[in-house]
Design a protein around this ligand. Structure first.
Ligand SMILES: N[C@@H](CCC(=O)N[C@@H](CS)C(=O)NCC(=O)O)C(=O)O
Length: 213
């Protein structure tokens, strides 16, 4: 199968982490794919009508998206403990945690697009600030529940942990000036430990190029 992906996408990273955690990575060919958020008729829209990555293209040509659907599919292909728990109440708790991590990713991607894709005259700092406010709220929510996010060194990571880690990694990559660690120190400690996992180290996004002054 082929994974249409980009090294900096938090959603594609989540899928790659799941593939590594479940031993499926060697069955997946990574296809670097550019997105074009301002061009709804991009080539990518033939694979996913929403024009977004990640997309998993199966051997019969069928496309799977979005990232949670891909993770659920991959989770059905291995015989080990599930990344997405099958039974309540863990299932709802883990999927809710997943939603918070994915929401951090969504807000950060929207704020990033506002800064990097719009013409300066069209940019809204109010919009970007609101997205960063949502991220701050999510960090508050997570900080209050750090003890229940789950053991960062557990043999089997779950999709909630993976989603939160991918979201936090993206915030650090795109908004280094948003110094979240001192304020949300419990979460930062959890993230540092989770980041030691091999699946996290092997999917770490490339460091951004130093901006010329
Ligand atoms: N809900 C989607 C979100 C995917 C997403 O937002 N991907 C971004 C890259 S990080 C993208 O492809 N953006 C292109 C666009 O918005 O046109 C998922 O979980 O897969």
């Amino acid at each position: 199968v082929k994974l249409l992906s980009a090294p900096t996408s938090p959603f594609a990273r989540k899928v790659r982490i799941v593939a590594l955690e479940t031993g499926l990575m060697n069955r997946i060919e990574i296809v670097p794919t550019a997105t074009a958020p301002l061009q709804p008729q991009s080539e990518l829209s033939r694979e996913n009508p929403l024009g977004k990555i990640p997309v998993l293209v199966l051997d019969d040509g069928e496309q799977l998206f979005d990232s949670l659907v891909i993770c659920d599919y991959l989770d059905s292909l291995h015989g080990g403990e599930r990344v997405i728990p099958q039974s309540a109440p863990q299932r709802w708790q883990v999927l809710r945690l997943h939603a918070v991590g994915a929401g951090i990713g969504d807000a950060a991607v929207l704020a990033r697009y506002e800064e990097s894709l719009r013409a300066p005259s069209e940019r809204s700092s109010t919009w970007a600030r609101a997205q960063m406010g949502k991220i701050a709220n999510a960090l508050d929510w997570l900080e209050a529940r750090t003890a229940t996010i789950g053991d960062p060194e557990a043999v089997r990571a779950d999709i909630g942990q993976i989603s939160v880690a991918a979201g936090l990694g993206y915030v650090g990559l795109r908004f280094p000036q948003f110094e979240w660690r001192p304020k949300w120190a419990g979460l930062a400690a959890w993230f540092d430990r989770f980041s030691q996992r091999e699946s996290m180290r092997r999917t770490a996004p490339p460091a951004p190029a130093v901006q010329p002054r």
